[in-house]
Each structure stands twice: as structure tokens, then as C-alpha cells.
Write a protein that binds this ligand. Structure first.
Ligand code: ZN
Length: 255
């Protein structure tokens, strides 16, 4: 299943050549130093993974590769590309900058404050905007345009949004359409492959029903990722989901 990234690129944050890490939820490649800052921000801000030392599910790597090569970084640096901001002296970090404070401050502004995205992301209480963006996401995942979906997610669209008119979530739509890379992106942002729609069917059901077996298998794998890690930690074995072997972790309650 594991694949490797081919061409050497530059770090999305400081432009150092040959980045060895990816931020999965941001769709960018980053260098060792910048990665240390990403880690310090936590997984809710950046989910980092080594490009070579960690095995990758092939479609997850493809998702990151597609986002990266289609310029996902410009989502996070949108206003920096504006000539007015160049004139004002705002700039991204460069390889010669010090990690602290220069690179670290830039990375925090870029991903934690979202200081350079093309408009301020909606606040949590701004439910109308969030709902609107989520509806756009719901229809966008039917196509293969990952950057549009990442942009919507970056602005506050909810990956688990249940569309009351359609009776389903974005992951149901992606699964029906066989959009495996969209499914990867949505699940990175917390979409649940086991959520039922208004007909009681899950995204896994629709993928299977539409003959998208690779997608269905991958969704089952994603659904069990957390319990698999726990099972491996507890008993050193991993189940074979493709052949119907699942491990159940019993409820542990302090009575
Ligand atoms: Zn860097």
C-alpha cells in the first residue's frame, strides 16, 4: 500500500528544498524545522506525517499530492500573493530565517490564526455562513476538485454536515460519486464513514452499492483506524478488514 513521493519540492512555509514531511489536513509539504513548529501546534491545526519513514495508504498520499501540486498552499497564503501586501513588506518565511521567532511566528499566523486566507473564517456562532459553506461543500464533493473543498473547509464548512434537504452528509455524496480523494479529505476533517443518511444507509453502503470497492474498503479501514491502533498497542495484532476480520474493543467503564 505504501508509496513514495517522486519529485523534490520546496517547503511550503520557508521554501527550503526537499521537504520530508507532509501536513495532511493542509495539503502541503514541509521541512524538518517547520514540521517541529507544526507539531507544537497540535493535530487539530496540522496533522504531520513523514513522507518516507511512514507507510501511506496510497489514496491518502494521492490526496496530499493532488492538493500540493494544485497549489493548496495558496489557500493559506492567499493575501501574501496580493501585490499590496508585498508592497507593505508582509512576506513569508525564507530558508535563512531563524526558526524562533521568524519561522515559528509565520507558521502560527498562517495556520493557527489563518491570517492570510482570502477572508476571515466564520466564527462558531456565525451559523448561517457555516451552513452555507457546508451546503456548498455537500455539492462540491461530487466533482474531483479537491482545492475547492479544502478552501470551503478552511473557511468553516463542516465535514460532518447533515444536509436536511438532501438527507445526507458530504461523505455520502462523495461515496456515491466514487470520489475517493474527496472521501480521504473529508475523513481527515472528521467525516464519519458510519453515519446513516435519511434512508439509514452509510457512505460505506453507497460506495459498495456503486461498485466503488476500493473506496468502500478504504472507508472501512478509516472507520477502524483508531480501534486498530489501540488493538495493536494492546495485543500486537491488526485485523484484516478486507476479509471481514474486525476486533471489538469492549467498553471500559469505571463503575
Ligand atoms: Zn520549512
Amino acid at each position: 500500500m505504501s508509496k513514495r513521493l517522486k519529485s523534490p519540492e520546496v517547503c511550503a512555509d520557508c521554501s527550503l528544498p526537499d521537504p520530508r514531511w507532509a501536513s495532511i489536513n493542509r495539503g502541503v509539504l514541509i521541512c524538518d524545522e517547520c514540521c517541529s513548529v507544526h507539531r507544537s501546534l497540535g493535530r487539530h491545526i496540522s496533522q504531520v506525517r513523514h513522507l518516507k519513514h511512514t507507510p501511506w495508504p496510497s489514496t491518502l498520499l494521492q490526496m496530499v499530492q493532488t492538493l500540493y501540486s494544485n497549489g493548496a498552499n495558496s489557500i493559506w497564503e492567499h493575501s501574501l500573493l496580493d501585490p499590496a501586501s508585498i508592497m507593505s513588506g508582509k512576506r513569508k518565511a525564507n530558508p535563512q530565517d531563524k526558526l524562533h521567532p521568524n519561522k515559528a511566528e509565520f507558521i502560527r499566523a498562517k495556520y493557527q490564526m489563518l491570517a492570510f486566507v482570502h477572508r476571515l473564517p466564520c466564527r462558531e456562532d456565525d451559523s448561517v455562513t457555516a451552513k452555507d459553506l457546508s451546503k456548498q461543500l455537500h455539492s462540491s464533493v461530487r466533482t474531483g476538485n479537491l482545492e475547492t473543498c479544502l478552501r470551503l473547509l478552511s473557511l468553516g464548512a463542516q465535514a460532518n454536515f447533515f444536509n436536511p434537504e438532501k438527507g445526507s452528509t458530504p461523505l455520502h455524496v462523495a461515496a456515491k460519486a466514487g470520489q475517493i480523494l474527496q472521501a480521504e479529505l473529508l475523513t481527515v476533517y472528521g467525516a464519519d464513514p458510519g453515519t446513516p443518511d435519511s434512508a439509514g444507509k452509510t457512505p460505506i453502503d453507497y460506495a459498495r452499492q456503486g461498485g466503488h470497492h476500493e473506496l468502500a474498503d478504504r472507508l472501512v479501514e478509516i472507520q477502524h483506524e483508531l480501534t486498530d491502533r489501540l488493538a495493536f498497542y494492546l495485543c500486537g495484532r491488526k485485523p484484516d478488514h478486507r476479509n471481514g476480520q474486525h476486533f471489538i474493543i469492549p467498553h471500559m467503564a469505571d463503575r
